[in-house]
Design a protein around this ligand. Sequence first.
Ligand code: SF4
Length: 240
Amino acid sequence: MREMEQDSLQRVARDVVACERCPRLRRWCRRVARVKVRRHRDEEYWGRPVPGFGDRKARLLVVGLAPAAHGGNRTGRVFTGDRSGDFLFAALHRAGFASQPGSVSRDDGLALRDCYVAPLVRCAPPANKPTATEIGRCREYLLREWRLLGGARAVLALGRVAMDGILALLRASGRVPLRPALAFGHGIEHDLGGGLALFASYHPSQQNTFTGKLRPADMDAVLARVKRHLSRPRGTGAGA
Ligand code: SF4
């Protein structure tokens, strides 16, 4: 059974990498990969859609917005090779969900424990702003991963768009009622029933971390709440 799940997660990854549904995003990712930035001019960019990665038995699903143009779109792994990833994985490491604090390349040895990280949209969007249509086209991949992570008990949404995206997915699959609307704010926690909780965090973008809007201690506090939640009995369980 577990081997089938592993195969299926691999199939999702293969389907993601080959996806061409969004012409605007595919053009943008290829252009960024061709033009590059000065500090990475000698590197070969990934330039393709970026799959999620992590522990297939994860109880924590971390949902980001999309790969960064010179981060995930360069390295081929989400939150890898950029400042947002430095911030996120350092926090996951402090909380015991990541084997190391750094995330620089696909083969840097980073392993996630009890945690899976996935972007809402798998292609880097111009100005970090995917359209609603692009988010909708990409939803299938996160939904498939969600279903394969059958033991997920906590979702950490990084930013409002990620939270709206995972909620839309859970509502469309019947896991969460259509109403009421759920508030977004750093540190807010929503009990989704059946042992599943949704945690909201500001996105670890440079705009937030450099200005002090999101500090390491703020992320540590959210992850501590996630761990407290995971330490409680499961109850009736979560699933799509
Ligand atoms: S954003 Fe998602 S649906 Fe659109 S091309 Fe990339 S992988 Fe495919």
